[in-house]
Ligand binder design. Sequence first.
Ligand SMILES: [Mg+2]
Length: 142
Amino acid sequence: MVESALNILSGGGDKLRILVAEDHLLNQMLMKRIFEKMHIDCDFANDGQEAVEACHKNNYDLVFMDITMPLRDGYEATKMIRGTNQRQPYIVALTANATNEDKQKCFEAGMNEFMPKPISLEKIHMMMGKMAKIKMDKMYGG
Ligand SMILES: [Mg+2]
């Protein structure tokens, strides 16, 4: 299930490119281990500014965006990424705050999805499956 979801997300051919923008080292390590288990590489950004720069340099398919980060928070970084005319990544907000107001703010900033912390293997798997379904629906008009 997860393997086929990953194939769909990467368009069947090209490797899926993932950026994790997260300032907390332990969360970075956790995400790294989860993606290693799924046999996919991911890049890391340590703050919002690095996230914006990484997105300018690379065409990511998927960005996990922490909200609370130094230099630029996740909202600001997302708005900057959305303000460019390059190929847009699917952006998933990472935050412990899960009020409707917070979610609304994420969507207003241009994020596509919302994944509440704490991060877990199950949540990442679920998110990948969900995104694969969205992409399939877009491709085949589901
Ligand atoms: Mg943070």
